[in-house]
Write a new protein. Structure first.
Length: 122
């Protein structure tokens, strides 16, 4: 049975699982593939392994039925969307086309997340 934890003590999370660069990485990936039509995605992922059951904000890119997540080991950076969503138990997402991404960066001055649905998640 999976457990979902929206708030928790950050001290319980191993140091190597903190301070990720997914929002920067995903945005740069979208910019580097503008002509290919990558969509930037922010979503809530449920952790596995040492962070099992912890829900957190994450970012990746999509094109068609494929996901591109450069924060994963190289052999897993490209995978079918259906598989990626199942592994991460992903249900909440917000998608941004390049022009929307630029607007959000100007509006918020950050790499993300930008939508209120992500408030309260690390």
């Amino acid at each position: 049975m999976k457990r979902y934890i929206r708030s928790y003590n950050l001290d319980d999370i191993p140091e190597e699982n903190k301070h990720g660069d997914c929002f920067v990485s995903a945005l740069h990936n979208q910019v580097n593939h503008l002509r290919e039509g990558y969509i930037l995605v922010h979503g809530i992922v449920t952790g596995q392994g040492v962070i099992e059951g912890i829900q957190y904000c994450h970012a990746w890119c999509e094109k068609g039925d494929m996901v591109y997540d450069l924060t994963l080991p190289s052999k897993y950076q490209k995978m079918p969307k259906i598989q990626y969503y199942a592994i991460g138990n992903i249900e909440i997402t917000k998608r941004y086309k390049p022009e929307q991404t630029y607007h959000m960066i100007e509006k918020y001055g950050t790499y993300g997340p930008w939508d209120k649905v992500f408030e309260g998640y690390p």
